[in-house]
Design a protein around this ligand. Sequence first.
Ligand code: ATP
Ligand code: MG
Length: 412
Amino acid sequence: MAGGKLQAPRGTFDVLPEDAFARGLLRKRSEELLEHAGYQPAETPIFEDTGLFARGVGESTDIVQKEMFTFEDMGGRSLTLRPENTAGICRAYVEHGMHKLPQPVKLWSWGPFFRHEAPQAGRYRQFTQLNVEALGSDDPSLDAELIILLAQVLEQSGVRTRLLLSSLGNAGTRAEYGEDLRAYLRARDAWLSDEVRSRIDTNPLRAFDSDHEGTRAAMAEAPHLIDRLEPEDSMHFSEVRALLDEAGCAYELDPTLVRGLDYYTRTVFEFESPDLGAQSGVGGGGRYDGLVEKLGGPPTPGVGWAAGVERILLASQGMGWTALLPVRAYVVVPKAECRSLAFRLVQALRDAGALAEMEQAGRSVKGQMKQADRIKADYVVIAGDSLEVKDMATGDQREVSSLEDAVSAVTG
Ligand code: ATP
Ligand code: MG
């Protein structure tokens, strides 16, 4: 580093105030929505034992095979910066005996995740997710509720989306189908990309995700898992769909929808935005009824989703987040003797819900008016021998007779 230019590591970014406001607001509004639906906040560590992800995400996934930031600590333990949330939440559920709590246990969280990917627009090595998980019930209303909550988060953020929906059935169906798909792929082996060919044994489903031309052509006639659901899984999926239909939540059935994690069962879904280019996925998730047991806990159904905060904000460009800021006032202090009046006024403005600041750097009155412009104040209150309120949008300036009147002129 010596002498070199200091830069944030590749694939990371700083959140500066103009972005931080939109992020904060997205978090606050999402939090309100989720807490109204009975989801409670929970946080797990940013690193975990590497084995948790190997077991919980799946050895054959892209994430485990090539995207994890894994390191050895000073005690020789292998640790990994979390690439996703579900494994950590399931670990916490087992570790704290949460199966003894009233079920389902409904949790939400927000925080950083890490994947060693090629950085590009909407794809970073450290990114932020909003996550929701509901453990301990396989009721289809949970699947539907979660999907609707994500639709609402995206809608209130001004993100245009389409919702893709499918079902992966149970582990048995998936295993049997996997065998047939392997045979299908082997028979078309010459058409396939090297990557898909090399994963026929470990993860044949991923062939549906490929953008390799030959692979795509080969997959056109491939059998679909959704046509083979067992009656119970098929019924479960119908109920999820009926609930979405009743709620007016539009979706497209996509029998080729394959989520990147090994643990999904039954419902899977993904929200795509046409405003994101290549990285079109804004959020997705599904049911993972076998995962808790796989991690050593009691058999426990679960369902959840993850949404990418940076992609939501990229896709919500037209949202005008700053228009949602509270009214902003700047209190001008013409002379030092007026400071305590100005100070009281600022407190009263803040109490009334305005975003208020006063002069604190010894500027001239002219300099203070400039500063008011710079911070994009909606109102300036001049706290001198008289109290004057200036509307910065219209330029109108008028005298008010009391501190209370100044406050209502700004917040009224
Ligand atoms: P993609 O298809 O873009 O690789 P994914 O299937 O790997 O996405 P998930 O594991 O489902 O993504 O993660 C949920 C969400 O997290 C994604 O929809 C996306 O919004 C976001 N996300 C995933 N990886 C990244 C990344 N490297 N940078 C920024 N956001 C990401
Ligand atoms: Mg990915």
